[in-house]
Write a protein that binds this ligand. Sequence first.
Ligand SMILES: C[S@@+](CC[C@H](N)C(=O)[O-])C[C@H]1O[C@@H](n2cnc3c(N)ncnc32)[C@H](O)[C@@H]1O
Length: 173
Amino acid sequence: MIEVLRIGHRPARDKRITTHVCLVARAFGADSVAIDTADRSVEKTIQAVNKRFGGDFKVRSGVDWRRHMENFEGFKVHLTMYGEPIEEIVDRIPKRAPLLLVVGASKVPPSVYRMADFNVAVSNQPHSEVAALAIFLDRWFLGKQFRREFGGPVEIIPSARGKKVIDRRSEEE
Ligand SMILES: C[S@@+](CC[C@H](N)C(=O)[O-])C[C@H]1O[C@@H](n2cnc3c(N)ncnc32)[C@H](O)[C@@H]1O
């Protein structure tokens, strides 16, 4: 079980990037996202994606991040450019226990660095929570995440050119 915890979400500013955090988490093998600030619109966007493309990926917002981190039973991995290099540390993170992947938006409170079991850098250069999450999940699953079946009514058929899509919704409705 992998959950992503998004800290510092500012609805007016971060809606799009937090939505991308959720989409990447869903597509790259995580199971859920918890967002600290309440934002129903992000939840609704991901529910709409689940409805079309399948799966039961969960997003909840308005989560007390501190309590969530304190109570989480598993390993807490904070993605930060100040952390230890992913290539050196990823194999030291136990594989079987649930994982909480913490990503920030604005400045992350110093206590997060202490509460995390691992502070992991995806390069020690500043970039994006979306990129950091994508690379971490890819190194974690080693590509196997892309074989996951979502089983939704809308299915994309890989194609060298153009768009091939099976849309079973009209049959169902
Ligand atoms: C745009 S950054 C802002 C960080 C903020 N300036 C700070 O000092 O905490 C947002 C998030 O992206 C992630 N991030 C950015 N660069 C990263 C890196 N090189 N490795 C891992 N995560 C990174 C972190 O989770 C960070 O909290």
